[in-house]
Design a protein around this ligand. Structure first.
Ligand SMILES: Cc1cc2nc3c(=O)[nH]c(=O)nc-3n(C[C@H](O)[C@H](O)[C@H](O)COP(=O)(O)O)c2cc1C
Length: 444
């Protein structure tokens, strides 16, 4: 249900929820909203809204900075960070890597294609450093780091990415797309290991238990746990039976476990939280904040080009699928009409190569070579079972999205030509922060 109108309600970042609760009169007319709660990291109080990381540069610095300015938490992502740095800061990391390994382009064996760790650190420091320099307001900016970006040297490259982000002053790191059983260990000697906010995304209690057990040696609990349910965008921590799971049930299990173990770790549900009221329900049930993303994919600060944003608006529920074309091995949700699906381009590992495991393999290379061998002489092949995710994410041709993308059209106005108005991140953020009754504010 949508409603018109400006945000007439109180907006006061930093106001403690206790104070807000005391002021609120009792009774059914005083239904709560997200702004009646605060996320606490030490002595810092934040609006309990986190905009989730969306690679590759879909959750841009501009989007994350808006969340921070408004008193919440924004994420940048370090997916393909040399590419992001080249685009934003006119560096030449990708060209230089391609030049170095050009001789290997036609070779199916990619084991020699390595990232220069110095360049990787430089790119990460530029990306994070420039973002943090521009940060204004009381909120925080975190970086989303996916373990599945194995970059042909999983441990070494992840260590560099994490350490460089801390060096460049990131407020916090969200470990994602993987169990991260050794990730705390990779940075335990970093001077900021105990003061930056470090958290992890899990999709089950079991994944959280494993992480806690394996990280116990570092004597450091995560500062937050994002519990991502089956309706999220990007890669899923579920199989193709994702529809049998439910976010609230997993969140409740994790709350009960943490209570039992007397562990005070803020729990942050994510995936399919579309309105402020849905967010408020999680906060009332004891969660510390919510992580949201899909609604921000149609913000002007989001990195998706506008024509792609229009595809997101236009989508109906049956235009959205969960498939297994990602070479990571995780199911991924995307629009059915994504250009990435079926596109049989030659693997671009010499330039990119972010999904190469430690031995130079990526599931797309095998799938591509199989099709080439099956169609001798063909100018172009179709590869249906896997996609060259690096290339297509870079070019915004893999339209990954949350399950509720089909509702985005209800969050804006349609223009006379049939297209939809792009929203400001501030508008969406404040709608989450203040809305009640399941309502969604349309743009003025
Ligand atoms: C377009 C898009 C890209 C995403 N990319 C990533 C990513 O790179 N890494 C990650 O951990 N999560 C990723 N996610 C998941 C979000 O960070 C977030 O947890 C989730 O989508 C929240 O659910 P919602 O989209 O229903 O609000 C992505 C989500 C979307 C919509």
């Amino acid at each position: 249900m949508a409603h018109n109108g400006a945000f007439s309600r109180r907006y006061a970042p930093g106001v403690a929820s206790a104070a807000a609760e005391e002021e609120a009169p009792e009774g059914p007319t005083t239904m709560k909203c997200v702004d009646d709660f605060r996320l606490r990291f030490g002595r810092t109080e934040l609006v309990p809204i986190m905009i989730g990381g969306m690679g590759v540069d879909i959750s841009t610095a501009e989007l994350a900075l808006e969340a921070a300015r408004l008193g919440g938490v924004g994420h940048i992502s370090d997916a393909m960070v040399p590419t992001v740095s080249d685009r934003r800061f006119k560096t030449r990391f990708v060209k230089d890597k391609l030049k170095l390994y050009k001789y290997n382009v036609a070779n199916a064996d990619k084991s020699e294609v390595r990232f220069d760790l110095g360049h990787l650190a430089e790119a990460q420091k530029l990306h994070v450093g420039k973002t943090m320099e521009a940060k204004r307001g009381p909120g925080m900016v975190f970086i989303n780091c996916m373990e599945k970006l194995t970059m042909n040297a999983p441990k070494e490259t992840l260590r560099v990415r994490l350490a460089a982000a801390l060096d460049a002053g990131i407020d916090g790191i969200t470990l994602s797309a993987g169990l991260h059983l050794g990730s705390f260990g990779l940075i335990e000697d970093h001077p900021r290991f105990r003061d930056a906010q470090l958290g992890i995304i899990v999709s089950s209690l079991r994944a959280l238990q494993l992480f806690l057990r394996k990280s116990a040696r570092t004597n450091r609990l995560p500062d937050f746990v994002v519990v991502e349910g089956p309706l999220a965008g990007g890669h899923l921590g579920f199989g193709l039976d994702w529809a049998e799971y439910d976010l609230a049930t997993i969140v409740n299990e994790i709350h009960a476990y943490l209570r039992n173990e007397k562990l005070e770790i803020p729990v942050i549900p994510a995936g399919g939280i579309f309105t402020g009221s849905e967010a408020t329900a999680f906060l009332e049930a004891g969660s510390a904040a919510v992580q949201v993303a899909t609604r921000f994919t149609v913000a002007k600060e989001c990195g998706l080009p506008e024509p792609v944003q229009q595809e997101y608006f236009k989508a109906n529920e049956d235009d959205i699928e969960v498939n297994t074309i990602s070479p990571t091995g995780y199911p991924m949700r995307m629009l059915r009409n994504s250009p990435a699906i079926g596109d049989g381009i030659r693997p671009n590992c010499e330039a990119f190569g972010y999904l190469l495991d430690g031995s130079g393999n990526c599931a797309y290379i095998a799938a591509y070579n199989r099709e080439v061998a099956a169609h001798p002489g063909a100018k172009k092949v179709k590869v249906m079972d896997k996609t060259c995710l690096c290339t297509h994410m870079r070019n915004f041709e893999c339209w990954t999205c949350g399950h509720l993308t089909y509702k985005l059209k209800d969050t804006t106005r349609q223009r006379p030509d049939g297209s939809y108005e792009i929203l400001s991140a501030e508008h969406i953020f404040r709608d989450y922060q203040f809305s009640k009754d399941g309502s969604i504010a349309l743009p003025a």
